[in-house]
Design a protein. Structure first.
Length: 127
């Protein structure tokens, strides 16, 4: 499987744009800890019981924000940290009332042209 980073970038823009349309500026998580299958067991289906460990959203977020401040350079581990944050965002939205709102027409354009729930006004008729 080939994963094109430009498409990943575009998908992230679309997903964040969708959150903007839904009026979501932040997501609250009630839990901190989560289960993680270690990377050496993640793709090994020959092991009947994979090795798991505990991750912390708080620790993940704290380390990721250090990238934003320049305190730490990004590392490969940060992809796992960001994946955990994305999972939490998705789960939080799916548990909320916002999960049932589908702005289909607006998902195509990652740059919002307006941010209200009403569609833009049609162009005036030509004379």
């Amino acid at each position: 499987m080939v994963i094109e980073l430009e498409k990943v970038r575009e998908l992230c823009k679309i997903l964040i744009n969708t959150m903007d349309i839904l009026g979501l500026q932040q997501v609250q998580s009630e839990t901190d800890y989560y289960w993680v299958i270690t990377s050496n067991h993640r793709e090994d289906f020959s092991t009947p019981t994979p090795e798991i460990c505990v991750g912390s959203l708080h620790d993940d977020w704290q380390e990721l924000t250090k990238i934003l401040t320049g305190e730490h350079p990004p590392t490969l581990v940060d992809f796992d940290r960001l994946a955990s944050i994305f999972i939490t965002i998705g789960e939080s939205i799916s548990k909320s009332e916002q999960a049932f709102y589908q702005p289909k027409a607006r998902l195509i354009n990652p740059t919002p042209t307006h941010t209200t729930d009403t569609p833009p006004s049609p162009a005036p008729p030509e004379p």
